[in-house]
Design a protein around this ligand. Structure first.
Ligand code: PEP
Ligand code: MN
Length: 355
């Protein structure tokens, strides 16, 4: 692998930017030059083949855009990254010296496509980034990583771009941060970067998502940028100019994973012990709660009553919301927590009823 690519791959935070789609040669070259001028971007991205949800939208300029990227690289020195979804696209991208490939969210969901890409990559030394699948399924994401790694690709990275959900929400793709965190926990050796553009789908909340990713210790960001965002041929609402991107990167409070200070470490250690202690107590209490649930199970069994009584469940949640509000706990947390506790409780009761 070329040294510039290797250096970019190792850089933290790694910043990848460029248009959603390559549109014209002028657009690609001007974007690349203006991004390079900021001094804050490590890799130039551009979609060449665009997987569009509905037919009729711009489906990418295709192979003819690849020489534009080559030219952009020559002028700016920035390595270039492109999305690939088929063997032919891998072949074309490599033929035109694309430095980093990425697998898109609509491809990660399909093991046939991922395998086709993986087969085309056999014997090739190129880094590959893998976006999360559009649905919240970690196994599919892991499966794609395994297929690409098995093909012999040693440099694999992850891109968290959010998960699609039905109906209108604040985000185009819900971040579901816990899934990205769990993916990182399972693959601590893999680079994990965040794609705020496809999570937000709009410019005004990009910065807060970027900041959150940095707060969560992501290794970098992939952000779409365009010389004329409003008139972009795809994803117009979420793109920003290279200068706006630089401004946002300037505004981020960059965090360190660690610092070399004994006082900080001592204070942190003390607080962590408190957390451990509280967690132990929580477990004790949860264990007790399950014992009580089992007693309830015995009563229900003796009286031949169903386990689930909806009213009671609503009552539990209502009580918890009221109490939680005073304690600064969000309704989202309370709902998730009680869902888990309630399910466990039902399982315990069920065991008793069938014993
Ligand atoms: C893209 O990066 O332009 C893209 C199509 O992203 P995703 O695969 O995350 O939808
Ligand atoms: Mn896009």
């Amino acid at each position: 692998m070329k040294q510039v690519t290797q250096e970019a791959w190792a850089k933290r935070p790694l910043i990848i930017s460029g248009p959603c789609s390559a549109e014209t040669e002028e657009q690609v070259l001007e974007t690349a030059q203006r991004l390079a001028k900021t001094g804050k971007v490590d890799v130039l991205r551009a979609g060449i083949w665009k997987p569009r949800t509905r037919p009729g939208s711009f489906e990418g300029i295709g192979t003819k855009g690849l020489p534009w990227l080559q030219q952009a690289k020559k002028i700016t020195g920035l390595p270039v990254a492109v999305e690939v979804a088929t063997a032919k696209q891998v072949e074309d991208a490599l033929h035109f010296d694309v430095d980093i490939l990425w697998v898109g969210a609509r491809t990660t969901v399909n093991p046939f496509s991922v395998q086709e890409v993986a087969d085309a990559l056999k014997g090739v030394d190129v880094p590959v980034l893998i976006k999360n699948p559009i649905n919240p399924d970690l196994e599919l994401w892991l499966g794609a990583v395994e297929r690409i790694a098995k093909a012999g690709i040693s440099q694999v990275g992850l891109i968290h771009r959010g998960f699609s959900s039905y109906g209108n929400t604040e985000y185009r793709n819900a971040p579901m941060w816990h899934l990205a965190i769990e993916m990182k926990r399972r693959n601590p050796e893999l680079m994990l970067i965040n794609d705020p553009s496809h999570i937000c789908g709009r410019r005004d909340i990009l910065l807060e998502v970027m900041q959150k990713a940095i707060d969560l210790d992501f290794d970098g960001l992939m952000i779409e940028s365009h010389i004329d965002p409003d008139n972009a041929w795809s994803d117009a609402k979420q793109q920003v100019t290279p200068e706006k991107l630089a401004e946002m990167l300037e505004q981020i409070a960059w965090r360190h994973e660690d610092i070399d200070s004994a006082a900080y470490h001592a204070a942190l250690e003390k607080l962590r012990q408190q957390i451990n202690h509280l967690d132990d107590e929580l477990m004790q209490i949860l264990g007790q709660r399950m014992k009580v649930a089992e007693q309830i199970g015995t009563y229900k069994k003796n009286n031949n009553i169903t386990i689930l009584q909806t009213n009671r469940w609503n009552e539990i949640l209502d009580r918890a919301f009221k109490k939680g509000e005073k304690l600064g706990l969000s309704q989202e947390f309370i709902t998730r927590y009680f869902d888990a506790v309630h399910m466990e409780s039902i399982n315990h009761q069920n065991k008793i009823m069938n014993s």
